[in-house]
Design a protein around this ligand. Structure first.
Ligand code: TYD
Ligand code: ZN
Length: 419
């Protein structure tokens, strides 16, 4: 189901196993374990009671002292994580649409033209559709999830149902008939195991003027705000700017700029371009401000442990007083919290979610039932833990009735508080 990874995927640091799995004597240094949640279920393995579960795997982050990348100690087989009926659908929430508008207007200003957009990890095609409505032409999605590509195609956005690599990069370029003005990848690069292969694919797909825009959660935000619930098996990397510079150093591409966004608890967009045309000044300035180091990871791990104990104690205390507690948003993050706190149906009666595909499934590891979002006002529990905290303002506003009738929100991030 998974294999271990002991070598940094960005810079190659770490003990390398030789023939027969024996590690070389010269390479004595190893990646440093910094955060360990033990053996955990796959965070998006929402399954119906009769479905077979994907299983469990270690959830541990190793830190690279050379390039400051954080990466999981294991790689779960991508076919298990994504290619089946992947339940994550790009949100059509107001928060997300505002974000689409922001990145579209930023990228219009950077790209040479609006002809040719390839999105890697295109999900159901929602972002490409948005770009199309704003006048971008020749759109193409690439995503391994068949169920989502079908939705994309039905909505008029062509999509290849594959993991992006150097081979389908050529297919994509041929089908566009030219190098794209823009290659987009939102929140999928940190899911990729083979970064070298991914970069080779980008080199094949991009032309000299192509802008490559890769949006990732920013590890520094995660560390500072203790968003430990974004550590799960799909997120194999927690990147630093230095790790990207190491990764690209032998390629024809380089980092030109880094844009910052509030989405998903803090994200950055890496603007990458051919070395022949890139102007790297802004990226160098961003790099100079970065504070990620081993001490920051250690502090994050200590803080996370305290938060897990805090939420666990708070909810158990409320339940022992006869209060009803539910979850709001069956996010992957909810799975991490629930299993870290060892919650069961006894503590959390159900989790509501707006995604129909998640209804009537059970949360991975705990078997807490997922129900429709109307359940919050139907059942009026005493407390709802906001597991979709990245949409906090929008959710709280939408669920006014719950608060008006005396319900209280438990916000888990950045600090646990009841509002
Ligand atoms: P999200 O934060 O997008 O992803 P992840 O799984 O990566 O942690 O998940 C948010 C979940 O919350 C998603 O399943 C949809 C749900 N949701 C609601 O139930 N109500 C809402 O108002 C919003 C915005 C999301
Ligand atoms: Zn490294």
């Amino acid at each position: 189901m998974y294999k271990t990874r002991e070598v940094c995927r960005a810079c190659g640091f770490g003990k390398k196993a030789g023939p027969g799995g024996i590690k070389s004597a010269e390479e004595t240094e190893e990646l440093i374990p910094v955060f360990d949640l033990g053996i955990q279920p796959l965070a998006n393995d929402f399954a119906r009671p009769t479905d077979e579960r994907a299983g469990y795997a270690p959830l541990k982050v190793l830190y690279c002292p050379r390039c400051r990348l954080g990466q999981l100690s294991v790689e779960v087989k991508p076919e298990i994580l994504y290619a089946r009926n992947y339940p994550y659908v790009t949100s059509n929430s107001k928060t997300m649409l505002d974000h689409f508008a922001k990145i579209e207007s930023d990228l219009v200003g950077i790209c040479e033209s609006q002809t040719g957009v390839v999105e890697i990890g295109s999900n159901d095609g929602a972002l490409l559709k948005f770009f199309g409505e704003r006048g971008w032409k020749h759109l193409l999605g690439i995503d391994p999830a068949e169920n989502l590509c079908k939705i994309s195609i039905a909505n008029g956005i062509p999509a290849l149902s594959q993991f992006f690599d150097e081979y389908n990069a050529l297919t994509a370029r041929r089908s566009l008939g030219c190098a794209p003005a823009l290659i987009l990848a939102r929140h999928c690069f940190c899911h990729v195991n083979d970064w070298q292969g991914f970069v080779r694919g980008l080199e094949k797909l991009a032309g000299e003027q192509t802008v490559i825009a890769i949006e990732v959660p920013y590890a520094q935000d995660m560390l500072v705000k203790c968003e430990f619930d974004t550590v799960y098996h799909e997120h194999t990397s927690y990147l630093s700017i230095q790790s990207i510079e190491y990764l690209l150093r032998d390629s024809s591409l380089c980092l030109e700029d880094v844009l910052e966004y509030d989405i998903h608890g803090g994200a950055i967009m890496l603007i990458i371009r051919s070395r022949k045309v890139a102007q790297v000044g802004k990226a160098i300035l961003f790099h100079a401000k970065e504070k990620i180091d081993l001490a920051m990871w250690r502090k994050f791990a200590e803080h996370a442990e305290i938060k897990i104990m805090e939420l666990g104690a708070m909810v158990r205390n409320l339940v022992s007083q006869g209060k009803k507690v539910v979850g709001y948003g069956a996010s992957a993050k909810s799975t991490v919290w629930i299993n870290a706190c060892s919650f069961t149906k006894k503590e959390i009666s159900f989790i509501t979610d707006t995604t129909p595909g998640k209804w009537y499934t059970l949360s991975p590891g705990s078997d807490i039932p997922i129900v429709d979002s109307g359940a919050l006002t139907r059942e009026l529990p005493d407390y709802a833990i906001l597991f979709a905290w990245n949409y906090a303002a929008e959710c709280i506003e939408k669920e006014k009735i719950f608060r008006d009738k005396g319900g209280r929100w438990i916000l888990p991030v950045p600090d646990i508080k009841i509002v």
